[in-house]
Design a protein around this ligand. Structure first.
Ligand code: SF4
Length: 508
């Protein structure tokens, strides 16, 4: 019988906000069985301090924006062209999986991507497949397989660690791929939650990352392997231009985009040289190191390239101690430069690193906010197996045990370990809430920040795009004001309105 593989993903980004999840734990008696890990009074304390001050709107919207197609599934499927495959983009639950498997009874193999977040869904699915579809081979890959919760459920030979392409090819008795052989799938979707409703294409041009940050799984899980080649990427971008005709988003899925640098400089040069022949612009959304992005001629790219940057998500991580090599020499001017060129600067930082204390954590928050990025994402430390920080916590017997409910392994506002200075478990929640609140006071309204940044794109070909974005963002901004006003002091609400009227005048 011929093989047919279906690629499912369990969950990648959770749609529940930190606040909603903490409230769920607070009211659910099931968590009372874990007093060593879960101190409900810490949840209550955080809500008493900040609960009524938080904006419940943004976190859900961000989560929805981040919910992308089944990138891993498409990438793997494209790189086993000899095998019949099917890729399911939606997050799969038992009902959807059953419908698909019942309708396609020629499927022989289920390939499931698992993540640290939402592991409870993955575990549930694995058990369900084993019970109800035991005639099918079950392969599980992704970061989730590093956790005993999943490791203990699946045969070791059916667990894929790291880069799945050659693992899968070997398993299927196919010749291994060299760097040159990798194929880049054309993955597309519509960012329905994002204003402008633009089509989006997803590009995988690189596996792994050349850096070694101590909290990050990328370099432990995946060997650095830039699979993109100049003509492959140009063909990819030209294909999406031809398919969509209009402006398009290009989501670069690489954990740290634009490596190798020389390759991407060539690509941008190409789109500067050929600028006149294109009417539609491709706008990049990516994760990248701030200093690295600044090494490109951003002004020129934003002014006269048919491939521009829309949003750069970078991790500043910590401003205290010596920081991370990827950020060596980074300062505020790097962020200012992005914004001046019309690029949204999306800034991440971490609370709960080993050097954080009750005294310096406020400093960490305020230092990061002083960078005046367009918007922020605040993470509490969630140690991932095999990372240096995880090993440090494990060696010092600070990690919570394997009996910790899996839904708590990867949650903002929860330390799944004992932090020597900040406490354990939901002690993290009040720091997360404080950061969310301070962040909102600084940013005031993320949508207007987007508009204020995007209007700096120095290219008349982008005018319509910016106007459409501004129109949608101003509507969101007007809605957001209803949530902002009851929680904020007068001078901030005045600032909000002043900006809103100014932008309305420009764009209406
Ligand atoms: S630069 Fe980013 S992707 Fe690379 S190791 Fe550091 S955090 Fe991970």
């Amino acid at each position: 019988m011929n093989k047919k593989i279906v690629f499912f993903k369990s969950v990648s980004f959770d749609l529940t906000s930190t606040e909603s999840f903490a409230l769920k734990v607070l009211s659910d008696p099931k968590y009372d069985a874990f007093p060593n890990y879960i101190e409900k009074e810490k949840i209550q304390e955080a809500f008493d301090l900040y609960g009524y001050k938080l904006n419940p709107f943004n976190s859900d919207i961000y989560a929805a924006i981040m919910n992308s197609p089944n990138i891993e599934g498409h990438f793997l499927s494209e790189n086993i062209p000899e095998i019949d495959t099917m890729v399911v983009d939606q997050i799969v639950n038992k009902r959807l999986a059953t419908q698909i498997l019942d309708k396609n009874d020629d499927i022989t193999t289920i390939a499931l991507s698992s993540y640290a977040m939402g592991m409870e869904n993955t575990i549930d699915l694995i058990k369900y497949f084993q019970k109800h579809f035991s005639d099918k081979e079950l392969l599980v890959g992704g970061i989730g397989v590093l956790y005993p919760h999943i490791k203990n459920l699946v045969l070791i030979e059916d667990l894929c660690y790291g880069n799945g392409v050659n693992w899968l090819r070997t398993k299927l008795n196919l010749p291994r791929y060299s760097h040159e052989d990798y194929r880049i799938p054309l993955i597309t979707s519509n960012m329905e939650h994002f204003p402008g409703n633009l089509n989006t294409a997803y590009l995988v041009s690189q596996i792994g990352c050349p850096f070694q940050c101590d909290f990050c799984i990328t370099n432990k899980f995946l060997d650095y392997n830039p699979v993109g080649r100049f003509y492959k990427i140009i063909n990819f971008i030209d294909n999406i231009r031809a398919s969509f005709k209009d402006d398009t988003f290009l989501f670069i899925c690489d954990p740290n985009a634009f490596y190798p640098e020389s390759l991407w400089k060539r690509i941008f040069d190409y789109y500067v040289k050929t600028y006149a022949k294109y009417d539609n612009i491709v706008y990049i959304i990516c994760l990248a190191s701030l200093k690295h992005v600044n090494s490109f001629n951003l002004k020129k790219i934003q002014r006269s390239s048919a491939l521009k940057l829309f949003l750069v998500n970078f991790g500043l991580e910590s401003t205290l101690k010596k920081g991370y090599i990827k950020n060596k020499g980074v300062n505020r001017s790097h962020i200012e430069r992005l914004k001046e060129c019309g690029i949204i600067a999306y800034h991440n930082f971490i609370l709960g690193l080993p050097h954080h204390t009750k005294d310096n954590i406020s400093k960490e928050i305020s230092n990061n906010l002083e960078f005046e990025s367009t918007f922020y994402s605040i993470n509490t430390l969630k140690p991932l197996p095999t990372t240096d920080l995880y090993i440090y916590l494990k060696n010092n017997k600070l990690l919570f045990g394997e009996d910790l409910p899996s839904e708590l392994l990867y949650r903002d506002g929860f330390f799944p370990f004992f932090h020597k200075k900040l406490g354990k478990g939901f002690s993290a929640l009040k720091y997360a809430f404080k950061a969310y609140f301070e962040c909102e006071k600084k940013v005031i309204d993320v949508y207007m920040n987007f508009i204020d940044t995007l209007k700096n794109i120095p290219d008349s070909k982008s005018f319509q795009f910016v106007e459409d974005m501004a129109d949608s963002f101003l509507k969101l901004s007007s809605y957001n004001f209803k949530l902002f006003k009851p929680r904020m002091v007068r001078n901030l609400t005045d600032k909000y309105l002043e900006r809103y009227h100014r932008l309305n005048k420009i764009f209406k």
